[in-house]
Write a protein that binds this ligand. Structure first.
Ligand code: GDP
Ligand code: GDP
Length: 455
């Protein structure tokens, strides 16, 4: 494509960059205090992940976007994990299991100064079973004298231990090179073998909103829980359920059904599980307890699904308990708290009475259709041309930036690149997004718009 004032290579490069599919996922796992959060901080180059001397800092945020040597990936940080009542071995194992499941490759961090512990050995067994690519990071090798400690970790049988100092950065570059070699270009479990199989749904929401009740309701009502479908390998934590004549894969349902009660770290555990489920899914059904005020936690879960670029349906549960007053306030709350996802299809359900269960599938289908929508370049530019003519960008400093050309670089979710003659203000970008939605639908899907400005 040639765009006035742009180099052809720039245009093609920009379209390719914007069209990237979902990013591969790298999980950083290991015992508490080995330096996972410090390493995550170093990789993302920010001070965002909290590091504290004592283990067990509870956080909500568990996935970050990172880049190394021009390649982008998602990083799952398990550093906020707390030792639970089951003891350290069980909690580290559970953490590792969730993280490994969601990941395409794993960095296993061991404290080289301490050496391999029994807990580390237990994690190694999990890693073997999972069969995902692993890079072994021998951390806290702050100087040459620590190299021998790192070499001792060959004994774990995971191949070469990479001596690093997450704190000072020593060796982390070489380790990341090894990570990139191990990491597939695209997330395998999301978009590899599973393509063509049942669509994947993550049923998510904070504790007690009714996830397990809803899952039981849909599984029972339709009485069909398919166990094997030709050509699909069934993950034991996923459940195949037939709804509305179609088989769907509800991902990570073990976490919903198995009511694991943790006294500490339960929030963190829940958010890690939510992140893992969202990564594996195409569409997230976010369950909200409509009888209670919309909380910050509800909003975080919505943000997690939007940031992951998944199709989205919002289901307001426990509708059977709502009186007129609560319904009034709920509408006000939705308007203010969920304004950024006003495009998400909404259903008002009751897992208890079965109210409106039949509306769930059409909402999910609408969201997936929006998520996969592709607007042909000709149509897009006809639309942009009219839009720009009718509503030009405001004049700034005597100049009027113009949109010259646009194209949809990708789907799932839809990603657009616009080429402009000058800086396009945030307000005008939002206006374009609004009009794109009015014109082409995009119900139930986030859309990404990146703007390239002529030099
Ligand atoms: P996590 O629990 O595995 O996430 O561990 P943290 O990242 O919170 O680190 C635990 C402690 O180890 C903190 O006091 C860090 O400063 C320290 N630490 C982390 N990496 C290194 C390192 O490479 N060298 C040294 N000397 N200390 C480190
Ligand atoms: P989860 O933690 O999200 O899996 O939530 P549960 O399914 O365990 O439900 C939490 C509580 O809410 C239980 O006591 C359920 O019986 C109750 N509950 C779930 N759905 C509904 C509903 O639609 N109406 C009412 N009244 N209660 C519900």
């Amino acid at each position: 494509a040639a765009v006035e004032g742009f180099d052809v290579d720039d245009v093609e490069g920009a379209i390719e960059a914007a069209g990237h599919g979902p990013l591969p996922v790298l999980a950083v796992i290991g015992r508490p205090n080995v330096g996972k959060s410090t390493l995550v901080n170093r990789i993302i180059g920010r001070r965002e992940a909290v590091v504290e001397d004592k283990p067990g800092v509870t956080r909500d945020r568990v996935t970050y976007e990172a880049e190394w040597a021009g390649r982008r990936f998602k990083l799952v940080d398990t550093g906020g994990w707390e030792q639970d009542v089951l003891g350290i071995d069980a909690s580290v194992a559970a953490q590792a299991e969730y993280a490994i499941e969601a990941a395409d490759a794993v960095v296993f961090v061991v404290d080289a100064k301490v050496g391999a512990t029994d807990t580390d050995e237990a994690v190694v067994r999990l890693l073997r079973k999972a069969g995902k690519p692993v890079v072994l990071a021998a951390n806290k090798v702050d100087g040459l004298s620590g190299e021998a400690d790192a070499a001792a970790l060959w004994s774990l049988g995971l191949g070469e231990p990479h001596p690093i100092s997450a704190l000072h950065g020593r060796g982390t570059g070489d380790m990341l090179d090894a990570v990139l070699e191990a990491l597939p270009e695209a997330p395998a479990q999301t978009f590899g073998t599973a393509v063509g199989g049942p669509r994947r749904i993550a049923l998510i929401g904070r504790p007690n909103v009714g996830k397990s009740s809803l899952l039981n309701k849909v599984a029972d009502e339709d009485r069909v829980v398919v166990n094997e479908i030709a050509g699909t390998t069934r993950d034991p934590v996923d459940e195949l359920i037939e709804l509305g004549g179609v088989t769907w894969k509800f991902v990570d349902t073990a976490g919903i059904r198995k009511r694991v009660h943790l006294q500490q770290g339960a929030d963190y555990y829940a958010s890690l599980r939510t992140a893992a489920a969202v990564e594996k899914a195409e569409v997230a059904v976010i369950l909200i307890d409509a009888s209670e005020s919309i909380s910050v936690q509800d909003q975080r879960i919505v943000t997690m699904a939007v940031d992951a670029g998944r199709a989205l349906v919002i289901a307001y549960n426990k509708w059977d308990t709502l009186d007129e007053e609560r319904r009034y306030y709920l509408e006000r709350e939705i308007e203010t708290e969920f304004a950024q996802v006003a495009w998400a299809p909404r259903v008002n359900v009751s897992a208890r009475t079965g109210r409106h269960m039949e509306k769930l599938v059409p909402a999910i289908e609408a969201a997936l259709a929006g998520w996969e929508t592709r607007v042909p370049t000709g149509r897009l530019n006809a639309f942009l041309g009219e839009l720009v003519a009718a509503h030009p960008h405001p004049v700034r400093g005597g100049k009027q930036p113009r949109i010259l050309f646009g194209t949809q670089a990708g789907t799932k979710p839809p990603r657009f690149v616009l080429f402009a003659s000058g800086f396009i203000e945030a307000g005008y970008r939002r206006f374009i997004e609004r009009r794109l939605r009015e014109e082409f639908g995009f119900e139930g899907t986030p859309i990404h718009i990146s703007v390239r400005v002529r030099e």
